[in-house]
Design a protein around this ligand. Structure first.
Ligand code: OOB
Length: 562
């Protein structure tokens, strides 16, 4: 049995194999390829703990045996939500070794998101952190029941694995896991799992930022994902000397594969796990582990740049800071070299596939002002106007793409797939981009109904749908408002009585289990919402109103006498 997904056309797949992109190798080979002396090198540094490649291989084998003993079989699916700790990677590799296909939810996802994923994949197992507010008791009573109870309907408690918060050594590490029904893990030392990986099939699901109201899942195969990792390592020139700081959420496509932790494993380097991306935590880790690479979103970079001027920490080991996930302003980009003493690489990627990098030897203008160019010679990019015609060179248009690691369809989403793929298999990312004469892309906007809150994507319709369930709300329109630090924050325009309290609306959304980052930063109560000629809510005019407000505020601030 295998989990179904939209395949590439046969002749395209044959071409990708012939070109050596797809090698029918499992993703777990990024660990297992390190044998002999290389297996003794550190792979993951987490708190005081040091996991060598041999440890990651052995521990993920033992975990895989424990999953198999609980009946996990190829083609089953798994729901995982774990914090940035070594155990995230152990569980990921263990599930792959069982041929199971995980969804790795972000640690700040709420019950709303987790249940939406569970409904789509009907997981056979769930792996959760015992300390997570959704799992732990909820003294404040703000969260609905227990996630375990809700998940129990689809998973069954006998297949929920919980991880405690203790930092155990690699030898003791599996003692931190326990089945929710209290049975022992049953992970015998020295055991190897029954071979179960089909390297020609699906490896796992990536998460889509979404723009349609339901969180969408992106099937990623061993072949396409491993190619994207291998090609990223090549383009970024990673080798075994790399010490990579995993500061953003570990499951995110950027941190996992661009080149991310998997790229660092492939190259034989070490991944340093950070519990949060803030400069206090990260600068200490950079100093302690002589970190050479870090991947950040723009607001985190801004915090780092600010703190870099004040810190006593030794950041001299840093060679490259990659920034992606949201548009980086040229003004901030220009400060990287001077403040952090390292080079900048811009990364414009998407969980659906295509990843663009500025190259390390690009000229300064390109690195500061563009979001880079596709990493593969076989990435195909079309920039089209709304009628589907190529725009003139240098003009902005919608980005359509296909290639050896760009997916061909969201999971169980035929209607949506029909809208975002054309007949040739090109995927429309919903980004507005232009292309420089030397092929670099500049992101200039977005056509999808999404807010990019400092790299965290918010599906406007999803929040609107939940808000519409509140008795006081007759209609909701959620749009982006400019923000100096985050780039964008979210604002909800509501047809609702003006005495409705924002705190009550926030409580309502939290109670529905929506992730905190999706709660609107601002509520505006209106008696009418502007409409377009065809009668749809005119979101552009709402965005323009917020932009005018922001410009006005800046003008007022700058005209205040000293
Ligand atoms: C990355 O992946 P996702 O799936 O969270 O978000 C993809 C979207 C893009 O379609 C674009 O709208 C935006 O995030 N984005 C950027 C950007 N990088 C991503 N917008 C402007 N400038 C950039 N540099 O965010 C992601 C995946 C892999 C590598 C890096 C980022």
């Amino acid at each position: 049995m295998s989990v179904p997904y939209t395949p590439w056309p046969q002749e395209t797949a044959a071409l990708y194999r012939a070109k050596g992109y797809w090698r029918d190798e499992p993703l777990t080979s990024v660990i297992s390829r390190h044998t002999g002396k290389a297996a003794l090198a550190p792979a993951i540094l987490c708190g005081e703990r040091r996991f060598r490649y041999a440890d990651v291989e052995r521990l993920s084998d033992r975990l895989a045996c424990a999953f198999q003993a609980r009946g996990l079989r190829p083609g089953d699916t798994a729901l995982v939500q774990l914090p940035n700790r070594a155990e995230f990677h152990l569980v990921f590799f263990a599930l792959l070794k069982c041929g199971a296909v995980p969804v790795n939810a972000l640690n700040n996802h709420g019950a709303f998101e987790l249940l939406a994923y569970a409904r789509q994949i009907e997981p056979r197992v769930a792996v959760l952190a015992r300390s997570h507010p959704l799992v732990a008791e909820d003294p404040a009573g703000e969260r609905p029941g227990s996630l375990l109870a809700a998940l129990g309907e689809s998973v069954g408690l006998e297949r929920v694995l919980l991880l405690d918060g203790a930092e155990r050594t690699p030898e003791e590490c599996l003692g931190g896991f326990a089945w929710a029904d209290d049975a022992p893990l049953a992970a015998t030392e020295g055991a190897t799992p029954d071979p179960a990986i089909d390297p020609t099939g699906l490896a796992f699901f990536q998460l889509s930022g979404g723009s349609t109201g339901t969180p969408k899942l992106i099937p990623r195969t061993h072949n396409d994902y491993l190619y994207s990792v291998r090609q990223s390592v090549e383009v970024c020139g990673l080798d075994s000397s790399c010490r990579f700081l995993c500061a953003l959420p570990a499951p995110h496509n950027f941190t996992l594969s661009s080149p991310g932790a998997l790229g660092v494993f492939l190259a034989g380097g070490a991944v340093v796990m950070a519990g949060d991306p803030g400069p206090a935590t990260c600068f200490a880790l950079i100093e302690a582990h002589r970190v050479t690479w870090a991947a950040l979103v723009p607001p985190v970079l801004s915090l780092w740049l600010e703190e870099a001027g004040r810190t006593d920490r030794d950041l001299s080991s840093l060679e490259i800071v990659q920034v992606g996930g949201a548009k980086l302003s040229a003004a901030v980009a220009e400060r990287v070299a001077e403040r952090l003493g390292c080079r900048l690489q811009q990364v414009f990627g998407m969980a659906e596939g295509l990843v663009n990098y500025t190259r390390l030897d690009d000229d300064d203008w390109t690195i500061v002002n563009t979001q880079g160019r596709p990493m593969s010679a076989d990435d195909e990019v079309r920039i089209l106007d709304p009628a589907g015609h190529p725009v003139a060179p240098g003009e902005a248009g919608e980005l359509w793409t296909r290639g050896p690691y760009t997916f061909r369809g969201y999971y169980k989403a035929d209607l949506h797939n029909a809208r975002v793929f054309d007949a040739d298999g090109f995927y429309c990312s919903g980004d507005l981009v232009s292309r420089t004469p030397d092929g670099n892309l500049i992101v200039c906007g977005r056509s999808k109904d999404q807010i990019n809150r400092g790299g965290e994507k918010i599906d406007a319709q999803e929040v609107e749908d939940v808000l519409a369930g509140h008795p006081a709300v007759r209609h909701a329109a959620v749009v982006a408002m400019p923000d100096p630090l985050m780039g964008e924050r979210s604002c909800a325009f509501l047809l609702a009585p003006s005495d409705t309290r924002p705190s009550e609306l926030r409580r309502f959304l939290r109670e529905r289990g929506l992730a905190d980052y999706k709660l609107p930063d601002r509520f505006v109560f209106v008696t009418e919402l502007p409409k377009t000629a065809v009668g749809k809510i005119d979101k552009q005019s709402l965005r323009d109103r917020l932009k005018r407000d922001a410009a006005q505020t800046i003008a007022e601030q700058t005209s205040v006498p000293a």
